[in-house]
Design a protein around this ligand. Structure first.
Ligand code: P6P
Length: 335
């Protein structure tokens, strides 16, 4: 019986794309897969725990109910550390990066940046959430503890990036620079299976994702672009459709499949934008470009921005090539 390739098989098969690779990246991606399965299980239980554990704020097992984003953060840190392939980790949940400086880890050649549970406020209302990860080679001296320099690399230095989306089904989407591939989790078997091979985002789309509640705070270029999207013009398939889930991973995933643009611009409430360059924008930008799309801050390529601090925020325009280019035209015209 023919079956789909598992994520593990796919990682091994594609290891040959990495000359001189001795399997460390493959092992690292496998540890992310394992952590994703564990977080997925906790998320699926959360709803139940939330209902059954309401009384004493304990879960059904009577354990102290930890906030899921804290739990997800701890699961990824411990699982990635145990695999021994990274020398450090930065997390959106933590102010500073974690140094793994025992002998095994300080010889490791990769660092990971992670948003362990993006959109976590949506869990309570049973809306999709996700994990976003980004992998770099260390640039500081091997054998020594990682430094901030290892984490403040531009997104164009990413070795791999991806996300898990915990939705109606759980999926893992990632790239190592040779296209984007999607894997769907079969909980009955406990494996991820290749379901979306060489994903390409439609060049044109008609979905725009933005929190229009912040309209009054938007730059003029964004306001003018939104009004353009809402004009009646059948020749260019307008008015477009507005879809905003409030989870970057879910909005990005839908736009990747159907075409669309996601915008989180700067505004008085978020003078530099809300999304974090290292944990959200760089990995999603890498995926978008690998899928034939585009990602900028409205003016410059996200992947070329030189980070200045670990939790730096940037405006984010990401999705179908034609839609991002159109939005950038308005940003340029209405400075
Ligand atoms: P707002 C979640 O907190 C997040 O980082 C993204 O996942 C999401 O797209 C955005 O913020 C939602 O922000 O201000 O619209 O609620």
């Amino acid at each position: 019986m023919r079956r789909h390739t598992t994520l593990g098989e796919f990682i091994i098969e594609n290891q040959k794309d990495f000359p001189y690779a001795k399997g460390e990246l493959s092992a690292l991606l496998s540890s992310i897969r394992l952590a994703g399965k564990m977080v997925n299980q906790e998320i699926n239980k959360a709803g139940l725990a939330e209902i059954l554990g309401k009384a004493g704020n304990e879960n059904v097992q009577g354990e102290e109910q930890m906030k899921l984003d804290v739990l997800a953060n701890e699961l990824f840190i411990s699982t990635l550390k145990n695999r021994g392939e990274i020398c450090g980790l930065g997390s959106e949940e933590m102010d500073d990066f974690v140094v793994f400086n025992d002998k095994i880890h300080s010889d490791a050649k990769y660092v990971v940046l992670i948003d362990p549970l993006d959109g976590s406020s949506n869990i309570d209302v049973n809306v999709s959430v996700g994990t976003i990860f980004s992998i770099y080679r260390r640039v500081s001296e091997a054998g020594k503890p990682v430094t901030l320099e290892d984490f403040l690399q531009p997104g164009n230095k990413q070795v791999a990036a991806g996300y898990l989306v915990y939705g109606s089904s759980t999926m893992l989407i990632y790239t190592t620079g040779n296209g984007v591939n999607g894997f769907t989790y079969d909980p009955g078997i406990g494996s991820f299976f290749l379901s979306h091979h060489k994903m390409q985002i439609p060049q044109k789309g008609k979905i725009y994702s933005i929190n229009e509640g912040n309209y009054v705070h938007f730059p003029d270029g964004v306001k003018k672009y939104l009004k353009w999207c809402q004009e009646l013009d059948e020749g260019s398939n307008r008015p477009y459709t507005s879809r905003y889930i409030g989870s970057l991973v879910a909005d990005f995933h839908r736009n990747l499949l159907k075409g669309g643009i996601y915008i989180y611009p700067k505004g008085t409430k978020a003078p530099k934008g809300k999304l974090r360059l290292l944990y959200e924008c760089n990995p999603m930008a890498f995926l978008a470009e690998q899928a034939g799309g585009k990602a900028s801050d409205g003016y410059q390529r996200i992947l070329d921005i030189i980070p200045e601090e670990l939790h730096q925020r940037v405006p984010f325009f990401c999705g179908s090539m034609n839609m991002v280019e159109k939005a950038e035209e308005f940003m340029d015209k209405f400075q």
